[in-house]
Design a protein around this ligand. Sequence first.
Ligand SMILES: [Zn+2]
Length: 338
Amino acid sequence: MEISEILEDGLCSIRSCGDARELEDLRVQYLGRKGLLKSLQKRIGTLPTEKRKAMGREVNEACKAFGDALEICKVQLHEELLRTQLAGDSVDITLPGVRTRVGQRHPISQTIEDLKSILVGLGFHYDDYPEVETEYYNFDALNTPGWHPARDLHDSFYTKEGLVLRTHTTAFQVHAMRDQGGAPIRSFTSGRCYRCDALDMSHSPTFHQTDAIAVDKNLSFADLKWTLYAMASELFAEDAQLRFRPSYFPFTTPSAEVDVSCVACSGQGCSVCKHSGWLEILGSGMIRPEVLRAGDIDPDLHNGFAFGIGVERIAMLRYGINDIRQFYVNDVAFLRQF
Ligand SMILES: [Zn+2]
């Protein structure tokens, strides 16, 4: 067989070669130690001297031509493989994305955070206080003596002798007065409270409150009103109106329950406000001298105001929730709305 014919066959096989392994087989078949082209070199020695040179050149050129074709084919096969892989991996950017679910704050936590940022902005100092309180801080220091109905065993959770799960964050008042060593004080706290209430649409045995006090010289009810207006304008609406109704709390005098103009109807009257145009949001008043004295503050030199807010109540009004139990069942579908 002529060298040129062997080469032509070889090149033809390369052209029809489908993958890298087939190509490698061809390399061995032609250029390997016993390959079709390589073995021709061994035969050169058996030829007459005058023919050796021409034969040698022809074999070398054939080997080179075959090797070059092999290399070119190898590169082409590699590129083709890459193209196939890329086509398989390609991303269809017109497909809708997969939305990542991220966590978020519970509406109660969110309301507490909002109250905190408003009151800190008004110059109040925040601290946490214990949820398990002595009867003294929860009741006696707040002018609520032993015979008071609020101290009934059926209304409060007593843990052991003299200790009670705080029934209101108001229990922080005398702590704060003592901790801060007297007036001037602007302090508040927020957190869980406990009462022996059955769970229904508007009551829960565990709930949240925010309580604040300010003690200084010459504070008046006007200062309390200004503070509550400033808070309501941020919490509800800039033009929120407040209504003060005389009330009674053992730890303040005078005392007032405070209503805000209905957030649903702006005071026009609707089902949320039971057509009154007003929503009750908090209790407030001027701190009683007995409470100041318990906090080592001289009521002849200083006076103060206090207010307490039910966090669930505020969250229900802000988010239009009508059943308090929804806050505690941790239904993800419900919580995702906020
Ligand atoms: Zn209304």
